[in-house]
Design a protein around this ligand. Structure first.
Ligand code: RM4
Ligand code: MN
Ligand code: MN
Length: 453
């Protein structure tokens, strides 16, 4: 039924791949997943059984943990399926998606392999659809949906009346601010048509030199613009604002840190929340503590997950600082298990894949998040609380390390297998030849920019 629907839709929108091709791709993926799983299944059962015994000794039920792994969800960024670049260059990869429908095809493949990524974040105008209803139906036919919308006032678009060179929502010129507000309102309206649930605003506004921007006036103007966007939100929609310490402005940014972000969301109202992008903080900042603060204050929007060594590097989640990722999830799971009031974070990836196949990076990153999520469930919270009460620092750390060092791979693989995904997603993907076929179907176009560049 879903396939018939997807066939009908893909011929309706004329999105490049013919109906039979779409069906064929789905079947080929299925076959490769099955074949990959058949080979790995026996060992997986052995590993799973032995982990089951180990965890039972620690009073943990492996089936509960596998259920948690299956319940986890993280949205994939539409801009992440194209190859990213730096401010120096972009080295395109083969078979990059050429339009939003092809981006959805790649997101579909990712979700079929890992089974935790049915949500998609869209970036407007990079993914502006001509026919929102057709795009929504195209996604739904593949079991996908739109999670958060993202506006873009950090670039000028062809034909745009006023420039964002010196800012957007906080610009000194009211006409530029109005243009930026209008774009955001358009994103919200589009989001409503697409069935999205939130709108995320990140601005590039700020200054490169001392004296360039009047700090207090700029924040006031930003807030005034946000109020206009907030007023356009339907009741069911949430507004996420994303702070960032630096870049593209190198001396000061208008929404620079979580405290300022929290203040703004408080000023705006109950539908406004602060989004944490893991790459948007000063080096060595205790991000897990910021997360705990925002949870406590009832203003945590959710995340843009990625990893970094120096700044907003947008590297794959869990690739550089896995312990930090675990500690972030430790706070999240703690709040989830405690049923902290209003706790409903949106998990999203926001990465730039410059040297890897974006599909492989997104699959692996999603899995790293499930890993941290499951590991955080292993923490013996009663023992940790007791150690904290007694000021037993070593024991408290041990409780966290015990969870972090546990190899939960069999749980993650079993969860994927049970949900119909691949036991080894990267191997199944490579064996499927998907990228090779896409390279033939989507010939390179020198003009094309895929996302951040
Ligand atoms: C920014 C920020 C935004 C993302 C852009 C592409 O640094 O993280 O979330 O939309 O990059
Ligand atoms: Mn981000
Ligand atoms: Mn960023």
């Amino acid at each position: 039924m879903a396939e018939a629907r997807s066939a009908e839709i893909s011929s309706h929108v004329g999105a490049g791949s013919s109906a039979s091709f779409t069906r064929q791709v789905t079947m080929v993926i299925r076959e490769f997943v099955d074949e990959n799983n058949r080979k790995a299944l026996e060992w997986l059962h052995q590993d799973y059984d032995s982990l089951e015994k180990q965890l039972r000794r620690r009073g943990l039920d492996i089936e509960w943990l596998t259920g948690r792994a299956m319940a986890f969800r993280v949205a994939v960024p539409s801009w992440g399926v194209g190859t990213g670049g730096t401010r120096f260059a972009r080295f395109a990869g083969p078979g990059e998606p050429r339009n939003v429908f092809e981006k959805l095809d790649d997101c579909d493949l990712i979700n079929k392999m890992v089974r935790v990524t049915p949500g998609i974040s869209l970036h407007i105008p990079w993914d502006e659809p001509e026919d929102p209803a057709a795009l929504k139906a195209y996604a739904a036919a593949r079991g996908l949906f739109f999670d958060s919308m993202n506006s873009n006032t950090f670039q000028d678009q062809p034909g745009q009346k006023l420039s964002y060179k010196f800012g957007s929502l906080s610009h000194t010129d009211a006409a530029v601010r109005a243009q930026a507000v209008e774009h955001n309102v358009h994103c919200v309206e589009l989001g409503v048509k697409l069935g999205a649930r939130s709108h995320t605003v990140w601005i590039g506004d700020g200054g490169n030199f001392p004296g360039q921007v009047h700090f207090r006036r700029a924040l006031e103007r930003y807030l005034e613009s946000l109020r206009a966007i907030y007023a356009a939100l339907p009741d069911t929609f949430r507004l996420f604002i994303e702070h960032k310490l630096h870049e593209p402005a190198f001396y000061s940014t208008v929404l620079n840190d979580w405290g300022t972000s929290y203040y703004c969301t408080r000023e705006l109202g109950a539908k406004a929340f602060s989004l944490v992008d893991l790459g948007h903080h000063a080096p060595n900042v205790n991000i897990e503590m910021i997360v705990a603060r925002l949870i406590q204050l009832g203003k945590l929007a959710g995340f843009h997950f990625n990893d970094s060594k120096y700044g907003d590097d947008d590297l794959d989640a869990g690739s550089i600082k896995p312990f930090q990722l675990f500690l972030v999830f430790n706070e999240l799971v703690d709040a989830e298990l405690e049923k902290a009031p209003g706790f409903d974070p949106a998990y999203m990836l926001d990465q730039s894949h410059n040297v890897t196949d974006p599909i492989e990076s997104l699959m692996t990153s999603a899995l790293e998040l499930v890993r941290a999520y499951v590991q955080a469930h292993l923490v013996d919270r009663a023992a940790l609380a007791e150690a904290q009460e007694r000021n037993d620092a070593i024991l408290a750390l041990q409780k966290l390390k015990q969870a972090f060092t546990a190899d939960v791979a069999p749980i993650l693989a079993m969860a994927r297998h049970r949900a119909g995904g691949a036991i080894d997603p990267v191997a199944a993907y490579r064996a499927s030849g998907y990228r090779r076929r896409k390279a033939e179907e989507r010939p390179a176009d020198a003009q094309r920019g895929a996302g951040i560049v």
